[in-house]
Design a protein around this ligand. Structure first.
Ligand code: ADP
Length: 155
C-alpha cells in the first residue's frame, strides 16, 4: 500500500507547543510527517532557518516518522516533489478557518489531478491561544517564553 506522507508547512519562527501538539496528534494518521520550514524571501524572520531547523530536530529526535525539510515556493509543488498526498494544517479559531479555507480552494484548483488532500486538525483547547507571533513578542519583551515552546527551544 502507498505510504501516507503528510507535509506540515509553516514558518516555525519558533516552533511552539501548538505546533508540537498538532504534529504529535497527527502521528497516528500518517506513516511520515514532513515538517517543512518555509522560507519566503518577502518575510522577515526572527530566527535563522538554521536555528529553526535545529530546534525542530531536537524536539522530534525520538520520532523516526518525522522528517524536517525546507521549501520555497508553492506548498503543493513541494508536496508533489516529496510524493506527499496530504497537507496538514492546524486550526485555532475563525481567523485560521477563513484563511485556511481560501488556501484550500486555491490549492485544489492548482492541484489539477487531485493528488493532495488537506487535513485540518483542531488545536487542543489549552494550546489554541499560542502562536509564534505571541512567542516572539514575549521574547522581545523579556518574558518567560519557555511556557509556550518545547523544551528544546532555548535562546
Ligand atoms: P504560517 O507561516 O503558515 O503562519 P505557522 O508556523 O504560524 O506558519 O503555522 C503553521 C501551521 O501550524 C498552521 O497550520 C497553523 O494554523 C498551525 N498552528 C500554529 N499555531 C498553532 C496552535 N497553537 N494550535 C494549532 N495549530 C497551530
Amino acid at each position: 500500500m502507498k505510504k501516507k506522507i503528510a507535509v506540515f508547512p509553516g514558518s516555525f519562527d519558533p516552533i511552539t507547543l501548538g505546533h508540537y501538539d498538532i504534529i504529535l496528534r497527527s502521528l497516528k494518521l500518517f506513516d511520515k510527517i514532513i515538517v517543512a520550514i518555509g522560507n519566503n524571501y518577502k518575510k522577515k524572520y526572527m530566527f535563522s532557518i538554521k536555528k529553526r531547523k535545529e530546534w525542530i530536530k531536537k524536539t522530534f529526535i525520538d520520532f523516526s516518522q518525522i522528517e524536517i525539510d525546507f521549501f520555497q515556493g508553492l506548498t503543493i509543488s513541494f508536496c508533489k516533489k516529496k510524493n506527499a498526498n496530504f497537507l496538514l494544517r492546524g486550526l485555532r479559531n475563525q481567523l485560521d478557518f477563513e484563511f485556511e479555507k481560501n488556501i484550500y480552494y486555491v490549492n485544489n484548483k492548482l492541484d489539477k489531478n487531485n493528488f493532495i488532500e488537506t487535513i485540518f486538525i483542531f488545536s487542543s483547547y489549552e494550546k489554541s491561544y499560542i502562536s509564534s507571533c505571541i512567542v516572539r513578542d514575549i521574547i522581545k519583551n523579556g518574558g518567560d517564553y519557555t511556557l509556550f515552546v518545547p523544551h528544546s527551544v532555548r535562546i
